[in-house]
Design a protein around this ligand. Sequence first.
Ligand code: SAM
Length: 394
Amino acid sequence: MIKYAQQYLRSAVAVIAQYDGVLPLSAFLKQYFKANPKFGSKDRKNISHLCYTFFRAGNGVNTSSVEEKIKASVFICETNADDWGLLVDEQWRNNWNADIEAKWRFVASVFPGSDPANLFPWNQELSSGIDAVPFAVSHLVQPDLFLRIRPERSRKVFEKLSAAKIPFRQVSGNCLALPNASKIDEVLNIDTEVVIQDLSSQRVGDVLKLCIDDSKLTKTVWDCCAASGGKSILAFDLIKNIQLTVSDVRASILRNLQDRFERAGIKNYHSFVADLAGELKVPPTSYRIVICDAPCSGSGTWGRTPEQLHFFTKDKIDSYSALQKKITTNVIPYIEENGYFLYITCSVFKKENEEIVSHLLESKKLELVRSELLKGYEEKADSMFVALFRRSNA
Ligand SMILES: C[S@@+](CC[C@H](N)C(=O)[O-])C[C@H]1O[C@@H](n2cnc3c(N)ncnc32)[C@H](O)[C@@H]1O
């Protein structure tokens, strides 16, 4: 068992008391430990672990004591008492190996009203097709790390992973799942050989493939909210004869994209900074495919950032939805006749998903080809939404 478990618990309570959710928890912890150099690397790891565990499970435990919430969260999230058993008394340790439902019943017997359904507080807002309880419970576990092997790189990647004895699971042809702490950047050339890309993001590629025909004609593609280019690299790998344009409201992220593209071997592309929610000063071109991986709540990715389960506020859903309506309305005129519009979010909220689809169909300029909720929560991955439209020639 972890010898200093009680000291780690006290430190975690102190961290949580100071954390206000403004920075991501990972960035806050980095700052905190820099300001408190007495903590060694083992201490940092264990205190961080307790904080993350609190944010994963704490909403389900009905007590106002942060300390009790941490202990109950560790009891729920850890499969056995080997590491953290010293935190609790014998009665808890005796129940530690029970199945997860029995563990929740035990927690509820100590803290009446505790319920895993409360882990995710915005069930009423969920897109249809999401099963509220399994989705809520999925936040108890950190999602896997997923890699997409780039074309022609498979043999080398498998050789390198085997030589380094890094365990992995092949989810499909080019998609690998690895434990989160895997040190892959010491072994693989990131962006050149593999892209770090969540399983659901990779599956967006299956929908993108519906836009691709066999013709040798150049395909113009505009990734209009490109960030550092995850979807652009995916499009580049899938579409032959691509002519790529990327934009984002943030110049800084496009500089990251530039570095990434260099590693990915993408040389000929056009890039510009644009606020697509404002008055558009975008070059008057039309594109065969416009990809809009919209700014969103990110609610499908909170298994990686569980602090959001405590700090997100419902009003933000409406602001994201309004922003998404503005951006999508503004970019529709840039789609060629019979061209495609690929709308993507990493959100599980209907106002950011189905409601945007309805809004776009009201314009009468687009027909829906396919929409799909990518339920990554069933596979230790992010959950996303994707809708493909075709621009009608009316
Ligand atoms: C979900 S991220 C895109 C992720 C990216 N496609 C990828 O796969 O890595 C959304 C991006 O939209 C950008 N964005 C936010 N508001 C915007 C606006 N008004 N106009 C253009 N881009 C915007 C953000 O800066 C952010 O980089």
